[in-house]
Design a protein around this ligand. Structure first.
Ligand code: ACM
Length: 423
């Protein structure tokens, strides 16, 4: 049976030979949910009902997986989580457009519906911004706006939404290398960073820098039609603001309690701009003090998701110990961590806590590429763990042995080059 499995499948005994004329499309039934569907296979043929176009897309794929000699059955299916995401870091190592398209196909097979592209960081800026051409001139390879239109449209045809991420106010050294006036020492020419970690060089707090972010976000929102725009926001050291006269003056002017509050202010300000254009901002949540009004992607641990929900944030769960596929699956790598296939399959996303109903939007796995220089590396780290994650996200992860049993033929049908499968 396919990956991910349907939520409910009753097999009735017997089969029917399906050909095109024997598949009927019932009108949409909103009770099934936007991404849900129902299939009835009877001796007279198959009937597919769906809650919307995405549900019909998934239903047709399930029907195809039943094969031409389909078992008589009733399948009722819908995802447990509306955000079923994969993040690809194209900043640390650029990934060619062709690979992004292939990855979108692989997401669609697994009914994952968000591809979050981490487009900028200390080590590179990978998105053409027409108003600020130096951003990509200093960074080498990048996506043109034409490339992005192709990626967005290819994804939409497969019910995958691209979530663009522009990092601010930290993880921004590549932008500061292009335009030193964005930094806290405007007369200093920094290079695009060439090592891993967290650069101490962050955006300054001046209105002109907020204006730069608004200009960039304008082009981003024109290119990416999805609801969410990711503003980064993680791991922003406040040292330059603590030491800088201009930053301290600005912090006082803004009435902030101190430099440590400036990161949340920056994200909330950019977030309000995104919201003013009818979109939703989202950020990496680094603990209490997250940016008000900005959806939280909680990566620190398992507890921070429910906690952020209780603080009033909408939440996407991305706890690193269960969802960071840059951690090797077998022996510890540069981070000193391991994330096995069994651990991914065993990840049980916590429900929204009492008092925060509906605030947990879903789950996301991450492919940070510091140590994945090529698409081949990414594929070997993504698979087979992405297959396990897909069942977690859809809500059908159950018996691990059964999953392993289904996995081998599934991987073969995908044609991917997976990393190790350790039962
Ligand atoms: C992160 O891993 N810094 C979001």
């Amino acid at each position: 049976m396919m990956i991910p499995r349907p939520r409910e499948a009753a097999v009735l005994g017997g089969t029917v030979t399906l050909h095109d004329g024997l598949v009927r499309h019932a009108p949409d039934d909103p009770r099934l949910g936007e991404e849900g569907y129902r299939i009835d296979v009877t001796p007279d043929g198959a009937e597919l009902a769906a809650g919307g176009p995405a549900g019909r897309f998934y239903g047709l794929r399930t029907l195809a997986a039943l094969g031409p000699e389909a078992p008589l059955c009733r399948i009722t299916d819908r995802p447990a989580h509306s955000w079923r995401g994969v993040m690809l870091d194209v900043a640390r190592h650029f990934m060619p457009k062709e690979f992004v398209l292939r990855l979108i196909d692989l997401l669609a097979v697994h009914r994952l519906n968000r591809l979050h592209l981490h487009l900028t960081d200390d080590q590179g800026w990978r998105l053409q911004i027409k108003r600020y051409p130096r951003l990509t001139e200093v960074s080498g390879e990048h996506y043109t706006q034409e490339d992005i239109r192709e990626i967005v449209s290819y994804a939409a045809d497969r019910f995958v939404t691209i979530v663009p991420e522009i990092e601010m106010p930290g993880h921004a050294q590549a932008a500061i290398a292009a335009y030193p006036w964005l930094g806290n020492q405007p007369s200093r020419h920094l290079p695009v960073w060439d090592s891993w970690g967290i650069s101490p060089h962050v955006f300054n707090l001046e209105e002109v820098t907020i204006g730069f972010c608004r200009d960039v976000l304008d082009e981003v929102m024109d290119l990416f039609p999805g609801e969410y725009v990711h503003l980064g926001g993680d791991e922003c050291p406040a040292d330059e603001w603590e030491r800088g006269e201009a930053a301290l003056r600005r912090i006082a002017e803004l009435g902030l309690p101190g430099p440590d509050a400036a990161r949340a202010w920056f994200i909330a300000t950019a977030g309000a701009y995104v919201a003013s254009r009818g979109r939703r901002p989202i950020h990496w949540y680094d603990g209490p003090g997250g940016a008000p009004g900005v959806t939280a992607m909680t990566w620190l641990d398992h507890e921070s998701g429910p906690r952020a929900a209780l603080e009033g944030f909408d939440v996407v769960l991305a706890p690193h110990t269960s969802t960071y596929f840059d951690y090797p699956a077998d022996t510890p790598g540069p981070h000193g961590r391991v994330l096995s296939l069994a651990d991914v399959y065993g990840f049980t996303p916590p429900p929204a806590p009492e008092g925060a109903t509906g605030r947990i939007l879903g789950v996301q796995c991450q492919l940070w590429t510091e140590y994945m220089p090529t698409p081949e590396h990414v594929e070997a780290m993504a698979f087979p763990r992405l297959c396990a994650f897909a069942e977690v996200a859809w809500g059908t992860a159950g018996d691990y042995r059964d999953f392993l049993h289904r996995l081998s033929p599934h991987l073969e049908s995908l044609g991917v080059r997976p990393g190790p499968v350790i039962p």
